[in-house]
Design a binder for this molecule. Structure first.
Ligand code: 4AD
Ligand code: MG
Length: 450
């Protein structure tokens, strides 16, 4: 028997077809049952009148619990009220497994998020998580297509690594036979090796940070896409990040209309990505923050007053905090790029700005709506002696990083790239409150199960 996927039902109007899946929801009376069926590709309503089926089937339908696995045969009818344009008149019902007491009920009151996360293996069937993960899948495909179409070579980096890339405070150490290793924080250093071999590479994989922070933006395990390009300098790195972000958002807007509707996402907030992204220097951002702090303190809006307290919390000249990013990003309707941060707050590998060596040729892309940094990137230090000095300053053990230094010994050229956290990007596209909703099984400080 050939089963039709729910997403294809509209091609079969007037025909009787077989559909299989799970009972998503149900209502009915002694005369008629409305079965909402999902099969992963979509949702459809199957209407079973008492006269449409045998008595046993009607009885089975009346008592069927949510998430029972079923097969139905039904006639496809056009129905303008249905989101997929069709409904089924159910002619036959076969129950594969009758389920009683499925724990997640479809009610108006949303259960506690931790309760739902404990049942994440089931919760992924529900409409909203399902829609978010569908957008994630589309975003990842768009990322892969973007780099493939632009001539990048996929260059996979290892997960077990000998050294830190982004500082030792967020390193996961793991026993490795008689030695120890660290879970990768970023594939960048390997990407740089790839760039010298292939010109343009992209590293894409899971990365790990021992983040003790319980914010809406932090996971301990997340996926990062990291392009790295030989002969590319800071302006080019910003152009690349901008094109990639635009490509991914446009693709999701085109292909995830239904999902974004399910999520009640205001897509007008995403449309401005078609315009150029504003670029401001860290120094200008700091000046602006001083003004915004004063402005928000006087504001009648309690949210702004609250934000004012945290603006420049780290102090002028230090790294930007979450409130700083939010305040700056509130000034724009699309992502903003902040470039040339103080060297003191950034990683060892970032190249100093020749115009002002206290600052580095790095860039962060800050997404709107409080999501914060979605991209961090930089032009890399390409001078052997300067790099060696930085490694010493940062107390990075030479024996763990000597291989990387080789890249500056044998044909060094200007180069750079960036990393985009897939989850933060999806969080912004979907308008999710918390980044943990954007990965099938989130890992956070208190969660390694399921
Ligand atoms: O800014 P980060 O730390 O940059 C790097 O790791 C560079 N080595 C990347 C490169 O140049 N190839 O991280 C890059 C991005 C952040 O902008 C953010 O989107 C994401 O990774 N990210 C996280 N996402 C979720 N949870 C966390 N704990 C994250 N830490 C970083
Ligand atoms: Mg960063």
């Amino acid at each position: 028997m050939a089963f039709v996927e729910i997403r294809d039902l509209h091609k079969h109007i007037g025909q009787t077809v077989d559909v299989r899946g799970w009972l998503y929801n149900k209502r009915g009376s002694g005369k008629i049952q409305f079965l909402q069926i999902r099969d992963g590709t979509g949702f459809v309503q199957a209407v079973m009148g008492k006269q449409d089926a045998t008595e046993a089937e009607f009885l089975a339908a009346s008592g069927l619990g949510i998430e029972s696995s079923i097969e139905v045969a039904g006639e496809v009818r056009e129905d303008k009220r249905s989101p997929i344009g069709v409904e089924l008149t159910c002619r036959r019902l076969k129950v594969l497994q009758e389920v009683k007491d499925y724990p997640i009920q479809i009610t108006k009151d949303v259960p506690n998020i931790d309760w739902l996360l404990d049942r994440r293996h089931l919760w992924v069937r529900s409409r909203k998580p399902h829609a978010i993960l569908k957008v994630r899948s589309e975003a990842v495909q768009a990322i892969r297509d973007f780099y493939y179409q632009n001539g990048f070579v996929l260059f996979d980096a290892p997960v077990f690594t000998p050294a830190s890339c982004e500082g030792t405070s967020t390193l996961f150490e793991v026993p490795y036979f008689d030695e120890k290793a660290y879970l990768t924080q970023s594939g960048q250093l390997y990407g740089e090796s790839g760039a010298m071999a292939f010109g343009k590479v992209v590293v894409f994989g899971p990365t790990f940070r021992a983040e003790k922070s319980k914010t809406r933006r932090h996971l301990t395990e997340f996926w990062m896409v990291e392009p790295e390009v030989a002969f590319l300098e800071l302006d080019g790195i910003m152009d690349l990040a901008e094109s990639q972000i635009r490509f991914v958002v446009q693709r999701c807007l085109e292909r995830c209309k239904e999902e974004l509707k399910t999520l009640e996402r205001d897509i007008s907030r995403l449309e401005p990505v078609a315009k150029p992204f504003p670029r401001i220097s860290y120094k200008d951002a700091q000046k602006r923050l001083v003004e915004l702090k004063a402005e928000f303190e006087k504001s009648a809006d309690p949210d702004k007053q609250k934000l004012a307290k945290d603006i420049l919390k780290n102090g002028l000249g230090d790294d930007m905090g979450a409130a700083d990013e939010t305040a700056i990003s509130m000034q724009y309707d699309r992502p903003v790029m902040i470039h040339r941060y103080p060297a003191a707050v950034k990683a060892f590998y970032m190249k100093r700005d020749p115009a002002d060596p206290e600052y580095v040729l790095g860039v962060d892309v800050i997404a709107p709506e409080g999501v914060g940094e979605i991209v961090g990137g930089a032009q890399r230090e390409d001078d052997l002696e300067v790099l060696l000095a930085r490694i010493r300053e940062h107390n990075i053990p030479m024996e763990s990083i000597d291989w990387y230094v080789d890249l500056r010994r044998f044909g060094t050229v200007p180069h750079g790239g960036f990393g985009m956290g897939v989850e933060r990007c999806v969080q912004w596209i979907c308008g999710c409150e918390h980044v943990r909703e954007t990965i099938p099984f989130p890992r956070t400080i208190y969660r390694t199960k399921p």
